[in-house]
Design a protein around this ligand. Structure first.
Ligand SMILES: [Zn+2]
Ligand SMILES: [Zn+2]
Length: 354
């Protein structure tokens, strides 16, 4: 089979020919038809996340080894299964939940695979979907997305799930409470869609690139703010009733500082983006303002099923997506790094490429 691999950190993906993997135990082999191209693959390909003060989270130190097949949003046809796999939807198309853990620890047994201390994430620690085939560890990780546009369904596995899990951390909240979204990239636009599907009414977006404002409004935001403007903070603080929640899909020092400062008393700031850096802040006001600062990383299987259900009910407005080929993924990652992609790109995998 064909795959497109990271063979050297920070370098373009390389086409490779690999042995077709054989499923064992409970494993299920999936012939990939589509795989979403996620912004986090930019960091994974680079081999690190920025931690600030010159420090880096190095992939290699966290068990990621090369060559690596990235791609954590695979959708494809179930074609084979190991002898211990039960209730296998053979021949049917499924989205693969990628954020799997060891399957044995208390977190995994509680359905919180994404919090497993020894993750086995697809496309990060296990071969992912930038290939003609990928392996799911167990049939339970296969999610039925029938009825959802296959060029949109893949992005539910990461950006849909990530935004749903982050938005859930702000619930319950009054639908009229203001929620601010930092960044109108793929995740930010998806978050607007998810919040609207949850019945939320008041959404403000902070986005530097004004060419993305129209898309944010079209997805259902009511207010767009230029975060570099001198009056950005006062504009946010002036929203009627104050800002209850901030979902930060950038995760840089300026967005964190602005987002935390904008919160009303009792408000919640949820950081999702992995742009990186660090902030210093006085501790006393955290207590006095009774604010919550919380991290959110991808989501669990039940949350993926919940966001897929919203999409099946037609409540989730699809974000702009376009298709590319597997050989184009590396170039798309370059565009994501430059910030020039509107919405999301999904790779359509050619089964005949050899
Ligand atoms: Zn992702
Ligand atoms: Zn585990």
């Amino acid at each position: 089979m064909i795959s497109y691999d990271v063979t050297e950190w920070g370098k373009p993906l390389q086409k490779a020919i690999r042995e077709l993997p054989q499923p064992s135990g409970t494993e299920v082999l999936v012939q990939v038809k589509y795989c979403g191209v996620c912004h986090s693959d930019v960091h994974i390909r680079d081999g690190y996340y920025e931690l600030g003060e010159g420090k880096r989270f190095q992939m290699e130190e966290r068990g990621v080894s090369l060559p690596l097949v990235m791609g954590h949003e695979p959708l494809g046809t179930v074609v084979a299964a190991g002898p211990d796999a039960k209730d296998v939807p053979m021949g049917e198309d499924r989205l693969v939940y990628p954020w799997i853990g060891c399957g044995k620890c208390s977190r995994c047994l509680a359905g919180q695979d994404n919090w497993c201390p020894t993750p086995q994430f697809l496309g990060v620690l296990k071969p992912g979907g930038y290939a003609q085939y990928t392996m799911a560890a167990h049939p339970k990780y296969l999610v039925d997305v029938s009825g959802i546009d296959p060029s949109f369904a893949p992005v539910l596995a990461c950006s849909g799930l990530t935004t749903y899990s982050a938005a859930s951390k702000l619930m319950p909240c009054d639908p009229k409470d203001w929620i601010v979204i930092m960044g109108a990239g793929g995740l930010g636009l998806m978050a607007i869609s998810v919040l609207r599907a949850m019945g939320h009414e008041h959404i403000a977006v902070c986005e530097i690139d004004e060419s993305k404002w129209e898309a944010a409004m079209a997805m259902g935001a009511q207010v767009v703010v230029q975060p570099k403007a001198d009056d950005a903070l006062s504009t946010l603080q002036g929203l009627d009733g104050g800002v209850f929640g901030v979902l930060d899909f950038v995760g840089a020092a300026p967005t964190a500082e602005l987002g935390i400062a904008a919160l009303r008393k009792g408000g919640r700031y949820v950081i999702v983006g992995l742009f990186g850096g660090q902030i210093a802040m006085p501790l006393v006001p955290i207590a006095q303002r009774a604010i919550t600062i919380q991290g959110s990383y991808v989501g669990n299987l039940a949350e993926l099923q919940a966001v897929v259900a919203l999409a099946k009910q037609g409540k989730l407005k699809p974000i702009p997506t376009r298709l590319c080929g597997l050989s184009d993924v590396s170039g798309v990652l370059d565009q994501l790094k430059e910030g020039t992609v509107l919405g999301r790109v999904v790779a359509k995998v050619d089964a005949t490429e050899g």
